[in-house]
Design a protein around this ligand. Sequence first.
Ligand SMILES: [Zn+2]
Length: 103
Amino acid sequence: MPRLRTLGNRVAMAPSRQPAPQRSSDRRMTGRALQERRLRIWSRDPHCAACGRLVAMHEFELDHIVALTNGGADMDENCQVLCIVEPDACHRRKTQADLGRST
Ligand SMILES: [Zn+2]
């Protein structure tokens, strides 16, 4: 069955369309819409998704569970609270991990 073999090759070669990670080119929400999303997600659960710390409004950043640079969607459902408070600073750590670096 030559046709099946051809199809198999095409599936195996499905390309990854994601470009190299580039923080500054993320198409992130900004300004008011982002502030409203912060409040919305924090109100839902004001705990850091990584370490479980209860965070105040100025102690966290919104994180994309699947990073935008890794193909994640820019939606509430893909956002979580991560603390920026030392020594854990979970958001900074996760960002490093998303970019393929280890800390
Ligand atoms: Zn944390």
